[in-house]
Design a protein around this ligand. Structure first.
Ligand code: NAP
Length: 329
């Protein structure tokens, strides 16, 4: 018998999440049956999508959704031997029973000197999001100019680094000077703090007077409205996220993008990383190869302790993280 802890959504978020919206639950798990495994969380992911997902798909009392790197500690399923590690969609749980259908084994040749936590970050879902946004949605070409916002975060840092690998000019924005310094360290050509520049419009113009061919949008809202006006004609926009609107109690309205899109003849496409799931194995190998070659650097914001899941999640929404926000048990 294992004592399993889980974090539930006690109350639907009203605006910015608060500690009292979450509840810690403890229960005893039964022994795994034939075909099942018992998992123990090692690293858990906190991601911005959890905020809009909770409003649309969850009811109060549900366990918070999420992925984790877990260790198999008991197994009655030959595909997942004891001691092996998997990426599991178990949610915010310290332990879980699984029949294997929601598990992805970690790459068999995962290097010993690479932290398993990166399977939730640069060599996991956020890295894949960056790759597919660039290759499948934007079709980014050598020598083009790319803008990416929230660029010191989990997806954004990889977007900028892949764009540099592809021989592009990269402009990134972030919410603190320390993050901006990190972007320069990663090789971004231009980077600025969108919170302290006197005018976002002028800062975007100064960073790329020629205009932007591609815009990888993680933020939405006011930022996107201003950025669209700095696109070149026939510019392409990958709509990846809209974090500036996730905590709105009342939806933001206008200005609307249509006239800018018409006169500049822009192409805008929203996407979800899972569309290209069939390519994940190959894509993760490419991300790992870039990492091993030193072409992609990784930074993580690690919070210690399962009991700190809500704090880690709220910290992410406040912008406390540089790189991927992860909780280590
Ligand atoms: N479409 C998909 O399949 C997919 C997959 C993964 C992620 N996403 C989306 O991609 C975006 C980035 O996700 P991530 O996991 O990489 O998160 P992240 O960038 O690691 O963390 C979120 C960052 O967003 C910034 N932020 C927070 N509130 C903001 C606001 N009001 N205005 C502007 N920036 C704000 C903060 O950085 P600053 O200090 O720079 O403000 C914060 O660090 C999110 O919108 C997420 O929903 C989409």
């Amino acid at each position: 018998m294992v004592q399993a802890k889980s974090w539930t959504l006690a109350k639907h978020f009203d605006g910015f999440p608060k500690e009292s919206d979450f509840q810690l639950r403890v229960e005893e798990l039964p022994e795994p049956k034939d075909g099942e495994v018992l998992l123990e969380a090692v690293f858990l992911s906190v991601d911005p999508y959890m905020r809009p997902f909770s409003s649309i798909h969850m009811k109060e009392g549900d366990v918070m959704i999420g992925t984790q790197v877990a260790k198999v500690i008991q197994s009655k399923n030959q595909a997942f031997p004891v001691g092996s590690h998997v990426v599991s969609r178990s949610g915010w749980r310290s332990h879980a029973i699984s029949d294997g259908t929601d598990l992805t084994p970690l790459m068999s040749d995962w290097p010993l000197d690479v932290s398993l936590s990166l399977a939730l970050g640069n060599v996991g879902m956020p890295g894949l999001t960056a790759l597919y946004g660039i290759e499948e949605v934007l079709g980014l070409q050598k020598n083009e100019t790319l803008l990416v916002n929230a660029s010191a975060g989990a997806v954004g840092n990889v977007v900028g680094q892949i764009a540099k690998i592809k021989g592009c000019k990269v402009v990134g924005t972030a919410g603190t000077d320390v993050k901006v310094a990190y972007l320069k360290e990663l090789g971004f050509d231009e980077a600025f703090n969108y919170k302290t520049v006197p005018s976002l419009e002028e800062a975007l113009k100064k960073a790329a007077p020629e205009g932007y061919d591609c815009f990888f949008d993680n933020v939405g809202g006011h930022f996107s409205t201003v950025a669209l006006q700095q696109m070149k004609s026939f510019g392409r926009i990958a709509v990846c996220g809209s974090i500036s609107t996730y905590n709105d109690a009342t939806p933001q309205t206008g200005p609307y993008p249509h006239l800018t899109m018409i006169f500049k003849e822009l192409k805008m496409e929203g996407f979800m990383v899972n569309r290209w799931e069939h390519k994940n194995l190959e894509s993760l190998k490419r991300l790992m190869a870039w990492l091993k070659e030193g072409k992609i650097k990784c930074r993580e914001h690690i919070t210690k302790g399962f009991e700190n899941m809500p704090a880690a999640f709220m910290g992410l929404l406040k912008g406390e993280n540089i790189g991927k926000a992860v909780v280590a048990v």
